[in-house]
Design a protein around this ligand. Structure first.
Ligand SMILES: [Zn+2]
Length: 301
């Protein structure tokens, strides 16, 4: 590691955040800065905005930038070109972001998507610290995931390792933005659960309200959460049957729902597992909103 510590940038659709971790204690942030991404102003604006943020981190920390900086991005990174695909920040798609950032920053850039950064941060400094194989799930507006093996992100041949959100759930047929039907995301994403609640005759309310109403005894809300439990069991058992991770950490708004961590959900997973018992630790994240930018910094190690 450079004497200036680990530096990470979390590039999001609306904001960019940068962090300098303490060189003496890499799990501790020394300086953090946030900016608007300004994605509507185009690709060149985003690249120069990141360069300006890194210059400001130098001023704030008093350190020179290290020889390598980690960047977390939305979407999937093409392992061959470092270009992005499937990013909802569309101006980034199919552009050679890594090469352009290396030119703009004058240092090496290590890139991973936001789900991989989440998994890496939680595996290194968070809830799954010390576990060998960690699957980090993003269950929010969309459904994604990342895999960390012995402290390293597993990217895979196509850069899609851990993308369980577009596996099919048997019996489901709702259309997905990806062009297929019945994807995990069409059932377990926050907006999908809200849609399901409406289809059951419930009001058009956000997920936290559905959780409150279930606790108060509302039948459509109770049925929606029962569906979450059962379909999560089906979907995650398929992941465990392939990867068999030591720990699973669930990020995103849906991950705040406590029933995902209870014995009944573990039983729902077991019904579809190729094993009599489930020993996998299923964990709430420990780093909150910081996981993305901390994970980006860890990429630089
Ligand atoms: Zn899909």
């Amino acid at each position: 590691m450079d004497s200036s510590g680990l530096w990470g940038i979390d590039l999001g659709g609306t904001k960019i955040e940068g962090v300098v971790m303490n060189p003496m204690n890499p799990g501790e942030p020394l300086h953090r800065l946030r900016r608007e991404t300004g994605a509507s102003l185009g690709y060149d604006h985003v690249v120069s905005g990141i360069a300006a943020l890194v210059a400001d981190l130098e001023r704030a920390s008093g350190f020179k930038r290290p020889s390598r900086i980690g960047i977390g991005t939305p979407g999937v990174i093409d392992p061959d070109t470092g270009g992005l695909k499937n990013s909802n920040t569309v101006c980034l798609n199919n552009r050679p972001l890594r090469a352009d950032l290396e030119a703009a920053l004058g240092c090496e850039v290590a890139m991973a998507n936001d789900a991989n950064c989440f998994a890496l941060a939680e595996a290194t400094w968070g809830a799954a610290r010390g576990e060998g194989v960690v699957m980090g799930l993003i269950l929010g507006t969309g459904v994604g995931g990342g895999i960390v093996v012995d402290g390293r992100v597993l990217n895979g041949l196509h850069g899609i390792a851990g993308e369980w959100g577009h596996n099919p759930i048997p019996g489901e047929s709702h259309p997905c933005y990806c062009g297929r039907r019945g994807c995990v995301e069409t059932v377990l994403a926050g907006p999908s659960l809200e849609r399901h609640h409406r289809e059951l005759g419930g009001e058009a309310v956000r997920l936290p309200v559905i959780v409150e109403r279930a606790a108060a005894g509302s039948p459509p809300a109770i049925q929606t959460l029962a569906c979450l439990r059962e379909k999560f069991g089906v979907a995650i058992a398929a992941v465990i049957n392939i990867l068999d991770p030591h720990a699973i950490v669930i990020g995103g708004g849906v991950g705040n729902i406590s029933l995902l961590y209870d014995a009944e959900t573990r039983a729902a997973i077991c019904k579809h597992l190729f094993n009599a018992e489930l020993h996998t630790r299923i964990l709430k994240p420990a780093l909150g909103d910081s996981a993305g930018v901390f994970g980006a910094a860890r990429l630089a190690a």
